[in-house]
Ligand binder design. Sequence first.
Ligand code: DCP
Ligand code: MG
Length: 620
Amino acid sequence: MRVTALTSGLAKTTAARTPRRSDDRVIIHFDYDCFYASVFENANPALKGLPLGVKQKSILATCNYAARARGVKKLQLISEAQKTCPDLVIVNGEDLTPFRDASKKLWTFLRSHSWNGRVERLGLDEVFLDVTDVVAYNQELLNRNALRDSFFQLSRQDPERGFNFDASSFFGCVQPKLDPTSVDSVLDNPVCVRLLLASHLAGYLRLKLEEDFGYTSSGGVSTNKVLAKLAGSVNKPKNQTTLLGLYEDDIKNFMDGHKLRQIPGIGSRIAQLIQDHVLSTKTTADPHDLEIGAGVTVREVRIHPGMSADQLERILDRPGAERGSGEKVWNLLHGVDPSEVKEASDVPTQISIEDTYMSKPLNAPAEIARELRALATSLVRRMRVDLTTVDEVDPSDPASQHQGQPQLRWAAYPKTLRLSTRCRPRLTTTGSTPTPESFSRNSRSQSLPSFVLNLKDESVESVAERLASELLLPLFRRLHVERQGWNLALINICVTNMVMVAGSSESANGAGAGGGRNIARMFRTQEDKLREWTVYDTAPVPDNPTSPSTHDIKNDVHGEEGEATPMEDLVEAAETAVVSLDSDADAWEEEDESQRCHICGHAIPSFALLAHERFHSVED
Ligand code: DCP
Ligand code: MG
């Protein structure tokens, strides 16, 4: 077989059909092993070694590997898992706070090893790291005459910061398996040398995650995101795989072995349309069924007569379809993925908390009151973690008002609050299928009042109570004028429209390495840094709405049913005063168009706040 440079990516005979892959980058993908279960095990080491399942509603969100060895599966019904493994220890994982906190801690560690800032979190337990620059730097330092005594430099500034490694072999597994006689070919191929170096960096970081934080992980190393992620799944848990394209067909063969649905970026709907075309079937099952697209392999699709990017574009053409989907999917089938690893930011563009009530939609005012308060509590708690920073205190500075006491303050704050809901349509008496539109979200927004940002005098609970009663409930009443019987399947609350606060470091919650007061730079990079960061308060909306995960156990999470609360009183009041509440809310919204400056405390109209803070930054 002929050895080719990875960058060629083109077989001459199929040049017209095969997309070109660029192998200029080096990407590592991390996936923490049985993540939620590991969070519990780290908090309580006595759980280690026991079969452990993490429960959300009536399913296991995950289970540890001791449980998996006993036949328990992720996303299994609790009742089935208990039958399979009667001594399964079950813990409740419906409060996502510990998972988010652990995720942030691990991500912050990984980010501190990035030079280009490209560190992207996918969900809570996956991270992509673009290490192209770190690896290129170390490639220059590599001495082919002393490969076994290599040193990997983690810092350009400090040549002593790094680790020793043996560059005569890869760290972990290699895919496809490497013939020992090919090692020289590897070293002659610059792309493969970079992947070899990255395998050692991945190994080092995974070891640190385990030794310093207690989390084992699976790693994938390759030249783009889709290949790195798929490579990482080859050897799980606690292992890693470097995907090499040393020979012409390596990447094609690797991709061909996957089921269509396994390819990240090919969702259930797309997989269904392609599978139906290839198998000449018409799937009537629920399009969210995970089995859809598991019936064909990438190879079957790729070699199907007439298959091409254009053909896929036609197959995927439907109302609302994204133009260019055909090419995108065709690329993915060939392991081609130009998407960048996104730049890291501690400050999300929004924080969004939601819960679903698929099997037991909400219809009563008391339920709404309870849920809004619970969601508001999660939101306020999350804002205080993700958007605050701890001021460094200089005891010699007489201007310091909080002598000796580190002070928590906002690094960024949102200007807008949004409430969204989704109702589950009732079937008509003829049983007709609800249209997709009838599931669509309704939402209303308004400015966020300053009491939500009060860190000094108000507890999370009291802020949440006010947020729920003074804002969310009126918003809800504006969205749903009916007094009850909404058949609510989802509530989402979200704060967005972030403003960075002058004087804060770039990193919220003191997590970043900087900690300086480079405000001009902060404003310059603000637009780049903010990004969407949505987290869910319970298990993700199940793919299959009829799946057991829709089972409602809200009372376990948010308190006793039937308990009378001030919030419920407010719902009652809202019921009888819809008109006045609506108009109050509108009036409030207009009045609150100003925001408080977090430096001088003056009320400034929202539109002028950024300029006002720039004024302070110049002053600084
Ligand atoms: N999760 C969830 N609901 C899902 C899928 C996942 O709540 N439908 C949660 C539980 C997992 C975490 O997300 O711990 C990460 O998902 P993974 O699929 O990576 O699963 P694990 O990390 O638990 O296991 P693995 O070792 O297979 O990566
Ligand atoms: Mg995982």
